[in-house]
Design a protein around this ligand. Structure first.
Ligand code: FES
Ligand code: FE2
Length: 434
């Protein structure tokens, strides 16, 4: 069966989740072509800072050069090919390869080799780009979010993001000082399942009420005063929200999808009602800081944006309202690594950042009573799709109800639609057959 036949209007073939050849093709056709999220500028605040990640399974490193510019380099020594920088993050004036000590400047330029006499009759010279750490073909930044692409040609980052950039705006605009920073460590896990499952799950409004029932029940048993003791408020609120009746998800949240596989699920939280009403003075302080910086009308406009998860296909999913970002890294056809980051809003009360951490512990940490349910589901899908019982997986909920959006995307008939899944497979087909 050809790749084109694996994706149909209302279903996809199970091979897209469990065929190693398809996975290898995805690495070549999707991850080596699309704009891949590298990191946030705050992760390399000062010259010499570095942050290691990968693109299409290839180790790369984001650095802050001595001139203040950010670089994205292949993490490979120009001598015999060893990975130069091994810790995930840190800082160093120069980067020195562990094997024979070739030394690189923070922009990847080879600056010194030991015993240079040995190279007198060869081409190896400091400064020669042929022996430096090579720059990735393209890198670009949108409001502090750094992306890179292994493809020298293709849409610009701005074209690639399109209207989904408004979700990044939503996250950054919520900072009274207009800036955000990664803070508080990383929540990391590896799950048994294909990388696409997590994107599908994060905008799936139907599953929480079913899969997350145990934590919903536990949260509902909490006395309402739990909201005000500071320790559990945001977590209890989140777990209770998962139990909102399906009518809420259907009628009040909405689901939007855009070109290149991006999408977001709306939300019906209202901080002003939920938090201020429970006498959380930090919300009043936050509101005052926002008002002082941006004025009342703009503050209301910013806080009036209500989005749940935003997926920027194929590497990140984030919650602008809750200052959370997940990076999704495929490892193999049935193993995926997810890294959860928290952002601090500069100029906001520190209590808000504590809430961010609490929220992360509820939703992104491995001890989360919510995430563990989703991971169990991915593993069950992995196992279920091994059976020969049925080759096809339905993607048809809400099919026929998708309407064009004024931004050039699609709006689902309601928040329980699988529009985002169909939209991702539409992008998938384009990448895979291009
Ligand atoms: S492999 Fe890096 S110095 Fe030899
Ligand atoms: Fe879930």
């Amino acid at each position: 069966m050809d790749v084109e036949q694996l994706v149909q209007a209302d279903r996809v073939h199970r091979r897209v989740y469990n065929d190693t050849e398809i996975f290898e093709l995805e690495i070549e056709k999707i991850f080596s072509v699309a704009w891949i999220y590298i990191g946030h500028v705050s992760q390399v605040q000062n010259p010499g800072d570095f942050y290691c990640t990968d693109i299409a399974l290839q180790p790369v490193v984001m650095t802050r050069h001595s001139d203040g510019e950010i670089k994205v380099l292949f993490n490979r020594c120009g001598h015999r090919g060893a990975q130069v920088i091994r810790p995930e993050n840190g800082s160093s004036e120069t980067y020195r390869c562990c094997y024979h000590g070739w030394e690189y400047d923070t922009d990847g330029t080879l600056i010194a080799v030991p015993r240079p006499r040995g190279y007198e009759k060869s081409a190896v010279q400091p400064g020669d780009p042929a022996y430096g750490m090579t720059h990735v073909p393209r890198m670009a930044e949108y409001r502090g979010f750094v992306f890179a692409s292994l493809s020298p040609t293709g849409p610009t980052l701005e074209e690639f993001l399109g209207p989904i950039a408004t979700s990044i705006d939503d996250l950054v605009d919520r900072a009274p000082d207009g800036e955000i920073e990664v803070a508080g460590g990383v929540a990391r896990h590896l799950y048994q399942g294909n990388w696409k499952l997590v994107f599908e799950n994060l905008c799936d409004g139907l599953h929480p009420n079913c899969v997350h029932q145990s934590s919903i029940e536990a949260a509902n048993q909490q006395d309402d005063t739990t909201y005000s003791d500071g320790a559990g408020e945001i977590g209890v609120r989140q777990m209770r929200q998962n139990g909102a009746p399906w009518e809420f998800w259907e009628d009040q949240v909405g689901l939007w999808a855009y070109r290149f596989g991006h999408s977001y699920l709306g939300d019906y939280h209202d901080d002003a009602k939920l938090v201020a009403a429970r006498n959380d003075s930090s919300f009043d302080d936050y509101y005052a800081a926002m008002e002082a910086a941006k004025g009342n009308a703009r503050t209301q406009e910013i806080l009036g944006v209500m989005r749940w998860n935003t997926n920027i296909y194929p590497t990140i999913s984030f919650m602008s309202q809750f200052r959370q970002l997940r990076v999704i890294r495929p490892v193999s056809v049935d193993q995926t690594e997810v890294l959860g980051f928290c952002f601090r809003l500069k100029g906001a009360p520190e209590k808000m950042f504590h809430d961010t951490i609490r929220f992360a512990n509820i939703t992104n940490a491995v001890a989360s009573p919510v995430l563990t349910d989703d991971l169990e589901t991915y593993d069950r899908i992995r196992r279920g799709l091994m059976t020969d019982g049925n080759d096809w997986i339905a993607t048809s909920r809400g099919l026929g109800g998708d309407a064009p959006d004024e931004d050039g995307g699609w709006c689902a008939e309601n928040g329980l639609s699988e529009l985002h899944i169909r939209n991702m497979f539409d992008a998938w087909s384009h990448y895979m057959t291009d």
